[in-house]
Design a protein around this ligand. Structure first.
Ligand code: UDP
Length: 309
């Protein structure tokens, strides 16, 4: 297949591109390089059937070739990155989704939208299954991302119904691994960098908030399982192993043999108290579940961060 990936130079998409390339697909990797980095995909670009296109999805996308499948992943994705680029984030999720859906319509391509666990906001139920509608603050400090992604889901459903497109939505939960940006404020990279430098580990709030961390290989295998399935529907992809931020900090300190101390800082506004995917649907209909243990995934990530410092 000829596949377009927006956000193609980003952390998750660079791994997605590696696996799709291995499967023999031709790729167009489109990215505005706001938070993506060509270094993530450099190793692929010497191949004849992999092209890079520097472009922002908020502008009309012109592609002369046929396209069989579109992944729309372009967006800043960490709270710090989307809060530093709020309008671009809002437009990537809204105008960018309309532009990529329009392209899917013209090219008669199948479509997969990267949505997020953030569409559940600060959830009142746990674990979150796909039929939970969420608890999002529409004008809070995360809303440029959360609400743009909620709009993106609505746009995808609307185009699918109106133009009879095959569309899929993946709600990606916290994912970590090699090629994450080291300076975008994510908890896993912050803690690993701090631990490796024996600096204080910055726990926001009392550290009792929970997240569920999925190693990038597991996340990408879930996304490909959805792509290859005949399901045109919404799926949570993430790891249901829920831990507190305090537990994550101690695990990273242990794995790095660090002398770092744990310190507490203010909790950011609208920071969700808990987050854990219900992946029953993906297990049953995509025959997928995560297999990488947190300690193993963190060890690989620590090695990679070490090589970057
Ligand atoms: N966090 C923290 N210390 C940090 C960075 C993040 O305690 O140095 C917390 C943050 O407040 C949140 C969790 O870790 O509760 C996950 O944050 P991240 O930015 O990685 O992603 P989120 O799941 O909030 O989008």
């Amino acid at each position: 297949m000829k596949i377009l990936i927006t956000g193609g130079a980003g952390f998750v998409c660079s791994h997605l591109a590696d696996k799709l390339y291995e499967k023999g697909h031709s790729l167009i990797l489109l990215d505005n390089l706001l938070t993506g980095n060509v270094k993530n995909i450099e190793h692929l670009l010497s191949n004849d059937n992999v092209d890079f296109m520097e472009h922002d999805v908020q502008n009309h996308i012109e592609i002369s070739d046929d396209v069989d499948f579109i992944f729309h992943f372009a967006s800043a994705a960490s709270p710090i990155a989307y809060q530093e680029n709020p309008v671009n984030t809002l437009k990537a999720g809204s105008i960018g989704t309309i532009n990529t859906l329009g392209l899917a319509k013209v090219k008669k391509a199948d479509y997969l939208l990267a949505s997020t666990s953030e569409i559940y906001g600060d959830p009142e139920v746990s674990p979150q299954s796909e039929d939970y509608w969420g608890n999002v603050n529409p004008n809070g400090e995360r809303s440029m991302y959360d609400e743009a992604k909620r709009f993106a889901e609505a746009a995808t459903a609307t185009y699918s119904r109106t133009y009879d497109l095959n569309t899929k939505v993946v709600r990606i939960f916290n994912t970590y691994g090699p090629r994450m940006q080291l300076n975008d404020g994510r908890v896993v990279t912050n803690f690993i960098v701090q631990a490796l430098k024996n600096e204080d580990i910055t726990i926001y709030g009392d550290g009792s908030q929970t997240r569920s961390f999925s190693f990038v290989d597991d996340t990408v295998n879930g996304i490909i399982a959805l792509m290859e399935s005949n399901q045109n529907d919404v799926f949570n992809i993430g790891n249901p192993n829920e831990i507190t931020v305090n537990e994550l900090a101690s695990t990273i300190v242990d794995l790095t043999n660090s002398n770092s101390k744990l310190i507490n800082k203010d909790l950011p506004q609208d920071d969700p108290k808990q987050r854990r995917p219900d992946i029953t649907k993906a297990k049953k209909l995509l025959n997928w579940e995560p297999v990488v243990k947190l300690e193993d995934g963190l060890t690989q990530t620590i090695d990679w961060v070490n090589s970057q410092l």
